[in-house]
Write a new protein. Structure first.
Length: 571
DNA sequence: CTAGGGTTAG
């Protein structure tokens, strides 16, 4: 550890000097000439060697910059840029201002890279005014400067200002468009992200690149819009866009979350040498969510010699708890710490608690909670509450429930907005275009279900509906049934039906869809808020293990605000 | 070394 000297840019003397002499006077070319040759060479050498160290150790960039200054060398633009990059990532406005003052004194602040580094560092750390000031001192045609400032408006979250700035930009390139699209995705405006992408394609002032596609595919993933995802993938192939690690992860994730695991596997298996821990992680997550054999895939990963990371184990442990593999889960947890030296974080402990809970091993779960070195978070209590319901352990469930409310009072907030790409179904919706046909199909479906011995389970309708008949008919109109009816009449027989919901499937629908998959011999894939359900020949890939309410008697304790289907979408 | 990005999940 280097001695704890105070970096020059944090000392009050530097501050005072900077305040007194904000602009400084840059050394004239003549003065620069006067400097002895070998001294300049030494300075250049020092800069190069420090730059290398700063690149290697970006988190020490500021300290290294300080050392460089103390060694008597004159920092070059690379050193400034590296140090400012650190300020930008850390949102360190104080150090950015110090570096600014320092650069101004030495006449380096007018260097293009230093200036852009300053704009960026200021812009993302909420100092748009200062960023603007640097920007206004000569930026002619510098797209990096424009984009840095644009990024600042995005970070500030003022949509109107962002839009205006974007519209008024002198030079807009791929990065500018990417910045806007990324902002949309980050802020949950997925439809908007795709709309901007459409504008970009129509506008033709620049071409989408791999970064554009990562953002766009990510938006598509959130929307569960497989058709658009397939298009995006085709676009990548068509335009010869390089499928590097992040893009392949995005594609694998997209296919997985759209329930088209075959597509994800296709991308994964065709990566060749470009496989990385991250692509494996994406594939493992896809297997987990789609009820595939994630543990076997993990075994394959270990054989390749790639070193799994925190995320890998989080995913694998999830696969264990979800599949009920208690022994394997314990084994993975051990291997993670002992073989790979990974310190378990709260999420890992959460997975273990979930693993034990689902298996009904409550004392082990409790022991795990006591063992963990950090405070249990909402996820832990949620796992416990859920399992207590399934296993009818009311006493512990009550305790855990209280802790959950303590940890996350607003847990039930949010209803993700998913807009249908093709069709939208809202529970009880009668406004659909071909509604006559759909409702006819629906009643036919109900008849078939009755023949197959289906009895509506009204225990999960939590609104205060007294009348059994009303309850039953409200269940019959749940949006996935509407969507399936539509799917059955509008697609060729044998075509898999894909449904995206933004809420959990209710137990009644889950039962009904299982039967429907058998009656109509269709593979029905439903994505709910949490995971995928692949219904085939009367059973589901989730193994009926997703909904703690399923095994609850009608007179059991009411869970806190179970969401009723309100808003779903498409096929 | 200055602008834009993916993988956990109850």
């Amino acid at each position: 550890m280097p001695p704890p000297t105070v970096p020059f840019f944090l000392t009050s003397t530097t501050l005072a000097a900077a305040a007194a002499k904000p602009q400084g006077r840059p050394p004239s070319p003549a003065q620069m000439q006067q400097q002895p040759r070998d001294e300049q060479d030494a300075s250049r050498e020092a800069c190069a060697s420090y730059a290398a160290r700063m690149r290697l150790n970006p988190q020490l960039a500021l300290r290294l910059f300080d050392h460089l200054v103390r060694s008597g060398a004159d920092p070059d633009h690379v050193a400034y840029a590296l140090a400012l990059g650190r300020c930008e990532r850390e949102r360190d406005r104080r150090a950015a201002a110090q570096l600014h003052a320092h650069a101004a004194k030495r006449g380096a602040a007018s260097h293009r890279r230093v200036r852009n580094g300053l704009i960026h560092a200021y812009a993302v750390s909420g100092m748009l005014f200062d960023a603007r000031k640097v920007f206004d001192r000569g930026h002619e045609g510098d797209t990096v400067a424009w984009n840095s400032l644009l990024r600042g408006y995005a970070a500030a979250g003022d949509v109107k200002a962002l839009r205006e700035f974007f519209a008024g930009m002198q030079a807009r390139d791929t990065v500018s468009w990417n910045t806007i699209i990324a902002w949309c995705v980050e802020n949950g405006e997925y439809e908007e992200a795709i709309a901007v992408f459409r504008d970009m394609l129509a506008n033709r002032e620049c071409l989408p690149d791999r970064v554009t596609l990562v953002s766009v595919i990510s938006a598509i993933t959130y929307l569960g819009a497989l058709a658009q995802g397939l298009w995006a993938h085709a676009y990548v192939c068509r335009k010869g866009i390089q499928v590097e690690e992040r893009l392949s992860s995005a594609l694998i994730n997209m296919y997985s979350k759209c329930g088209y695991i075959e597509g994800a596997v296709y991308v994964f298996e065709n990566l060749g040498a470009k496989m990385s821990v991250d692509t494996w992680n994406a594939m493992l997550a896809g297997f987990t969510a789609n009820g595939e054999k994630a543990l076997e895939l993990f075994a394959r990963m270990e054989i390749t010699g790639l070193v799994p990371n925190k995320i890998t184990f989080n995913t694998v442990l999830n696969a264990c708890s979800h599949g009920g593999f208690v022994e394997e889960g314990i084994d993975c947890f051990e291997r993670m710490t002992k073989v790979y030296g990974i310190e378990p974080d709260i999420a890992h402990y959460g997975c273990m608690v979930d693993l034990f809970c689902r298996a009904g091993l409550f004392d082990k779960a409790e022991k795990m909670i006591q063992m963990m070195p950090m405070k249990p978070d909402a996820a832990v209590w949620k796992a416990l509450v859920g399992a207590c319901r399934t296993h009818r352990n009311f006493e512990l469930g009550k305790k855990a429930g209280h802790r959950l409310i303590e940890a996350a009072p607003n847990d039930h907030a949010g209803s993700i907005e998913i807009d249908g790409v093709i069709h939208e179904f809202i529970s009880g919706d009668k406004s659909h275009s071909s509604k006559e046909d759909i409702y006819e199909m629906l009643s036919e479906m109900c008849r078939q279900l009755k023949v197959a011995g289906y009895v509506p389970d009204t225990s999960q309708v939590l609104l205060d509906i007294d009348d059994e008949v009303v309850k039953e008919s409200s269940l019959a109109l749940h949006s996935e049934k509407l969507a399936i009816a539509f799917g059955l009449i509008s697609t060729a027989s044998g075509t898999p039906i894909r449904i995206v919901k933004n809420l959990r499937v209710c137990g009644d629908c889950h039962n009904a869809v299982k039967l429907l998959s058998k009656i109509y011999r269709r593979c029905i894939i439903v994505r709910d808020a949490n995971r995928f359900h692949h219904f085939r020949e009367g059973s589901c890939s989730c193994g009926d293990f997703w909904n703690p309410l399923l095994s609850l008697a009608p007179d059991g304790p009411l869970p806190t605000a179970h969401p009723l289907l309100l808003f779903d979408s498409k096929l």
